[in-house]
Design a protein around this ligand. Structure first.
Ligand code: SF4
Length: 330
């Protein structure tokens, strides 16, 4: 990597000055990925410090309020009805059970409560049940986030009016890799729902998954898509594939853990004011790799409950790691 190549990547200030009118190109993000590891992490840490307290981590709890039996065929997901991953389909949890889980999450230090449902999208009856649940969780003083799939006209407005703060909807992977992973919807369907959520005044939680057999260039493509949104997502979950037996991606080649850290760093540099969330896959990560992710700018984690159907490190392990690293909860 030559000095002149490094200069091709715009500084966060330049990105702000551009008011995001220009796309952050894949080539620019790829140039970041190709920096020597130490240079990349140093730069990401500088951006992190300029925009956040580098020792404070936001914690969210995610509850699956309706698990399994999903009609979509996402190749990474054990909840798809198309795969045989041993996840039993459940009905939507009732309001009291969700509120009890939200209260417990709040008591354990979560500031945001994320609710996920394994649907292609909510129908009118689902939405009717969701509204009082969101109102109740919002009433506890927690930030609320929902991940309910594709939205029809007007649904985002209904969710917002109920007190939903964030809508989670990941773009999953680079556009040209999308059809290798999911066949029941396309990349543009995702963008359409993100636009609806944004249009209704919801904040966006939107990221992707790495380690799904994509190339480095495609990882750069994923980050470039996120960073080039007219308003980048406030929260950017970077997931590491959890290769679950019975899903099409069960046998995929493992990603070099340093490449995961590079992805976090590229997200931090290109989306300086977004929360970059270390999401699925933390269970398989060593404490040391997690520490590198925090240094590279990750400043949000899922905490204390199950991350949909895959494991999440126990709260105690997180507490011990935070203590060893001198991190505190935001
Ligand atoms: S990721 Fe979501 S939409 Fe895809 S199969 Fe799983 S639950 Fe369904």
């Amino acid at each position: 990597m030559t000095h002149s190549t490094i200069q091709l990547v715009r500084s966060p200030k330049q990105i702000d000055a551009d008011k995001r009118s220009a796309r952050i190109t894949r080539a620019e993000v790829l140039a970041l990925f190709e920096l020597p590891f130490n240079d990349l992490l140093f730069r990401a840490a500088q951006v992190h410090r300029a925009n956040f307290d580098p020792n404070a981590i936001q914690r969210s709890t995610l509850l699956s309020i309706k698990t399994g039996g999903c009609e979509e065929d996402c190749g990474y997901c054990p909840q798809s009805a198309h795969h045989d991953a041993g996840v039993e389909a459940t009905k939507m949890m009732d309001k009291d059970a969700v509120v009890a889980a939200a209260q417990a999450a709040k008591a354990a230090g979560a500031s945001r409560f994320c609710m996920g449902a394994a649907w292609r999208g909510p129908n009118a009856r689902d939405l009717e049940k969701l509204v009082p649940i969101i109102e109740a969780v919002h009433g506890l003083g927690l930030e609320t986030c929902g991940t309910f799939g594709l939205l029809d006209e007007g649904q985002a407005e209904t969710l917002r009016a109920a007190g939903l703060d964030y809508y989670n909807h990941n773009i999953d992977t680079a556009p040209e890799h999308y059809a290798d992973i999911i066949h029941t919807r396309n990349f543009d369907d995702r963008i359409d729902t993100l636009d609806k959520a944004r249009g209704a005044g919801l904040k966006l939680c939107c990221g992707g998954i790495v380690g799904m057999g994509e190339s480095r260039e495609q990882r750069a493509g994923l980050i470039a898509e996120l960073a080039s949104m007219a308003e980048p997502p406030e929260s950017v979950p970077i997931n590491h594939l959890v290769a679950v037996e019975g899903t099409p991606l069960a046998g995929v080649d493992k990603l070099d853990p340093f490449e995961f850290v590079r992805t976090i760093a590229a997200a931090r540099i290109t989306m300086p004011t977004s929360f970059v969330r270390l999401s699925a896959g933390r269970t398989q990560m060593s404490d040391e790799i997690q520490a590198l992710c925090f240094f590279a700018g990750a400043n949000s984690i899922f905490y204390g409950d199950k991350l949909l159907t895959t494991g999440n490190p126990e709260s105690e392990r997180d507490e011990a790691l935070f203590s060893r690293l001198g991190l505190r909860t935001m």
